[in-house]
Design a protein around this ligand. Structure first.
Ligand code: NAP
Length: 309
């Protein structure tokens, strides 16, 4: 059974659903703030050992009925995966009939407020709070959350509770209109976080044979400077490298160094890079034409400038 900490008897009761990266972080952080937290999972697993080490109260879904009778939550934070979020909310709404309505939140970027409608229908105030943060370990992510932007889609009735949560997380709240198109929004964030990680992983694989353990810190520093320049000068002016210089020979050398499947991948990545270079006004017409030829694999044999000599 989910025993609540007696020291927290008068504290806000927050239940966190989904013991993954986000759920663990929020459960840990809210507990640190003195709330009575219960972290709910749908099945037993190593997350329970982790929670026990953190002195966090846990429960499985089948214990919910008893816990609801003993001490219902004032806040529900939904953090299962996006693929099961709708059914999880629906399932909780079915279990909540007769419970005093509180404040329900989910943290998904791809799903909006309508997913929480089953709880809104029971009188719950509802909000989507989406942290623009890649979550890792609980404690590290809780600290990072305090400097992150968190976007909000909420009903008017939930506004004050959203602001309380924003202060608790220490984050910068950014309010978004109701029912906006989340697809380009989510894609943008995925490009900046997930795709960047994949690019860095590929860079590390290429550099590791030469730099060994130093590859990762070297790339972190390089990428950090690129991100800083992007922030300070914007994309058009911060772009460097052979593409914006119109140096097709160097790009041809890159292509020649790669096995065919990786060359194809590199070509696809060159598309947006070349688009940006052209829009920056810094790439000559000739440079652009030479580079565009390289995007078509049949237009050139992929020999490096050295091997041509
Ligand atoms: N990760 C990020 O950086 C990040 C950032 C911003 C927002 N988000 C959002 O946060 C939410 C959670 O993401 P995440 O990365 O933390 O996912 P995750 O690591 O995959 O964790 C999901 C957890 O929920 C559990 N679960 C699944 N169905 C459940 C249910 N019905 N009841 C209770 N627990 C259930 C899963 O365990 P089992 O499958 O083992 O049961 C798993 O432990 C998503 O909506 C995501 O879009 C994530």
């Amino acid at each position: 059974m989910a025993a609540t900490d007696p020291r927290s008897r008068n504290a806000v009761t927050t239940w966190v659903i989904g013991p993954g990266r986000v759920g663990r972080c929020l459960a840990w952080g809210h507990r640190q703030q003195g709330e009575a937290v219960v972290l709910f999972g749908r099945q037993a697993g190593p997350w329970q050992t982790w929670a026990a080490e953190q002195n966090l109260t846990t429960a499985l879904l089948e214990q919910r009925k008893q816990d609801l009778a003993e001490r219902p939550p004032q806040r529900l934070l939904f953090c299962p995966g996006d693929d099961v979020l709708a059914e999880s909310i629906q399932d909780w709404a079915s279990a909540m009939a007769g419970v005093l309505p509180g404040f329900a939140v989910h943290t998904s970027g791809i799903h909006g407020l309508t997913l929480l409608q089953p709880l809104a229908d029971l009188g719950w105030r509802t909000a989507v709070l989406h942290p623009l943060l890649p979550f890792t370990e609980a404690e590290t992510s809780w600290q990072a959350l305090s400097s992150a932007v968190v976007t909000v889609e909420a009903t008017e009735q939930a506004k004050s509770e959203v602001e309380v949560l924003g202060r608790l997380w220490g984050c910068l709240l950014h309010w978004l209109p109701a029912d906006f198109d989340r697809r380009p929004y989510h894609l943008a964030l995925s490009l900046a976080a997930n795709h960047l990680t994949a690019l860095l992983a590929w860079s590390e694989e290429l550099l590791q044979p030469l730099l060994g353990d130093q590859a990762r810190p070297a790339l972190t520093s390089l990428a950090g400077h690129a991100v800083q320049a992007f922030e300070e000068r914007g994309p058009a002016q911060s772009l460097t490298g052979p593409v914006v210089r119109g140096d097709a020979e160097v790009v041809a050398a890159h292509l020649a160094a790669l096995p065919p499947e990786q060359a194809g991948r590199y070509r696809q990545l060159l598309e947006p890079l070349l688009d940006l270079a052209e829009r920056s006004g810094r790439l000559s017409r000739e440079g652009s034409q030479a580079l565009r030829l390289l995007l078509n694999p049949s237009a050139l044999d992929e020999e490096s400038p050295d091997s041509k000599a």
